[in-house]
Design a protein around this ligand. Structure first.
Ligand SMILES: Nc1ncnc2c1ncn2[C@@H]1O[C@H](COP(=O)(O)OP(=O)(O)O)[C@@H](O)[C@H]1O
Ligand SMILES: [Mg+2]
Length: 239
């Protein structure tokens, strides 16, 4: 029986897909069977005749069938569902995650936006991203940017997660510039404010494909990186 992890962000376009790819590559490298699931993807793109994240996972990672619900409008899922009248069933999503957990060691579930994103509008309210995570009973990994605003965004996301009884397993910072005093201090401050393991600080890559692979090769020999990864994913990560 494997374990699913929900990859959420402190906002949209934060780097959840890049971080999901990073985790996929690094965990697969260690011999684990890893799946990716993107339950709700909105925003059909004519250029690729498809949906960006699902297309990315297929073309860059060779991961097929990561999607569950795809909705043409580039809006929040609840609005895209209303605009298209598409039939959506939250139980289908939960069941898929549970099936993937039976088949794979690790299942990386990429959210749409952040934890307070409404997924489905119901008669009495909204079925929110945090409700899906709670119902699927899986821990989360928060992805944040590293610059100005990161402290507030990470602290509020963490506090929202805790208020709703979610288990925050790890933090990953994206587009981290080790030469920036602000970035350095943000990570130090957030680590003090938030009780979750710091898993990685990904730099800005000029060629994501190539750079991500060499970046991972370097990280695998760094025990400071390996130890928290082992703690969070609970598997022996070999160098
Ligand atoms: N570390 C990075 N280096 C270079 N480009 C990045 C990095 N992280 C994100 N990007 C770019 O920023 C955009 C948003 O990233 P993405 O992972 O798709 O965000 P999200 O999944 O949170 O919406 C994409 O165009 C992606 O290629
Ligand atoms: Mg994405």
């Amino acid at each position: 029986m494997g374990q699913a992890y929900f990859i959420t962000g402190t906002g949209t376009d934060i780097g959840k897909t890049i971080v999901t790819s990073f985790l996929y590559k690094i965990l697969s490298n260690t011999g684990l069977k890893v799946a990716i699931c993107k339950p709700f993807q909105t925003g059909y793109k004519e250029e690729i005749q498809g949906y960006p994240d699902i297309h990315w996972f297929e073309s860059k990672l060779g991961v097929f069938n990561s999607g569950i619900y795809q909705l043409t409008p580039e809006t929040s899922p609840h609005l895209a569902i209303r605009l298209t009248n598409q039939a959506v069933d939250k139980q289908v999503v939960i069941t898929r995650i549970k099936e993937l957990e039976k088949e794979f060691d690790i299942v990386l579930v990429e959210g749409a936006g952040g934890l307070a994103v409404p997924l489905i509008e119901e008669e009495t309210g909204f079925y929110m991203t945090k409700d899906l995570i709670k119902d699927a009973d899986i821990p989360i990994i928060i992805v944040s940017t590293s610059g100005l605003g990161a402290i507030h965004h990470t602290a509020t996301t963490f506090s929202y997660a805790k208020t709703h009884g979610l288990c925050v397993k790890g933090l990953i910072f994206n587009q981290f510039d080790k030469k920036s005093d602000i970035h350095q201090d943000n990570i130090r401050t957030i680590e003090k404010l938030v009780d979750a393991s710091l898993l990685a600080c990904l730099p800005t890559f000029s060629d994501i494909d190539q750079d991500l692979t060499s970046y991972i090769e370097n990280l695998m020999s760094n025990q400071h990186f390996i130890t928290p990864l082992q703690e969070v994913f609970g598997y022996a990560i070999h160098k």
